[in-house]
Design a binder for this molecule. Structure first.
Ligand SMILES: [Zn+2]
Length: 153
């Protein structure tokens, strides 16, 4: 390699991102269609007005390490919802996944309340609306009975 090529290579290193490419190559869900779950909830609870993106994130194999907190999250800057890929499994009933999606969608219309000491994300207004979800009680019950077992083995 002469110095010109060396310099070029230094300035433009080959992109070492095979891992990311691999993950992007398989965004297809096996069990659940997030997009249609999102659309159904959008129409039923938000008059079809929300304009968010939704997708899976993470790897299925990490399921035993994940906690309730990372089953899903909402990114307000990107207007996007991410649901952990481990939920794309027959271990999780449809109503539970729907509840997680609804919860994240609610974050886009019930922003955190910033107080003097802390920022309250799941405040009273949020909780009230959350309870309006048709399978709220069922999802909470299911969460209590099964979630820890599934996530932590
Ligand atoms: Zn939340």
């Amino acid at each position: 390699m002469n110095w010109v090529r060396k310099l070029k290579r230094f300035l433009n290193p080959p992109s070492p991102k095979p891992r990311m490419r691999k993950e992007k190559a398989s965004p297809v869900s096996r069990i659940y269609d997030l997009q249609s779950i999102y659309q159904e909830i959008n129409i039923e609870y938000f008059e079809g007005k929300l304009q968010l993106s939704i997708d899976w994130f993470g790897r299925e194999k990490t399921s035993r390490k994940i906690s309730r907190k990372v089953l899903g999250y909402y990114d307000d800057r990107r207007k996007s919802i991410k649901i952990h890929r481990s939920l794309d499994s027959p271990s999780f009933p449809h109503f539970f996944l729907s509840y997680v999606v609804y919860h994240e969608m609610l974050h886009s219309v019930e922003p955190p309340i910033v107080g003097r000491k802390r920022r309250r994300v799941h405040h009273e207004g949020f909780r009230d609306k959350e309870k309006q979800f048709h399978s709220y009680a069922m999802a909470k019950q299911w969460e209590k009975e099964h979630l820890a077992k599934i996530l932590h083995g």
